[in-house]
Design a protein. Sequence first.
Length: 169
Amino acid sequence: MLGSAAHNPLKLPPTPTIEVRPFSAEYISQQVRQEKLDLQYRRAAQIARSVYRENGCRVDYAELTGKFAVDVGISSRILAGLIFTESSCRPNAESQTHDIGLMQVHYTLYRQYTKEQLTDPELNMRVGCGILKGYINRYGLRKGLHAYNGFGDRTDSYSTKVLTAAGAM
């Protein structure tokens, strides 16, 4: 048997042809844009993580903070400082005035969401960042932070508190 196997060499299947198609310029541009965005997200999350740690807060929401900061165009340092100031980074936080979640969104003003929905960190940040961005665009950073707090305190203490927590002072 050994001898007969040597006389019948094994036939190999034909070599498959591999078709190589170059990537389009649009595809490459899209990949480059996505890579740059991913870098921005990672850097913003690093900054948020640092702010949370400096304030003795858990870093569970650093990536989400970084993502929303980049997407909305707010400093991740400021956003993390505000989240720490508002809720000590607790998604289930509820104030005496019925402000809910990480960013303490007042659910009676945003009736399209229930209290339970606003404890979801992603929804709470989406709503809160929209509010904050609108105030910052309208009034500038310090007064925008003051407006986010409801203009209740006539002093600049709230914005100073947020900026201090953010490490921006």
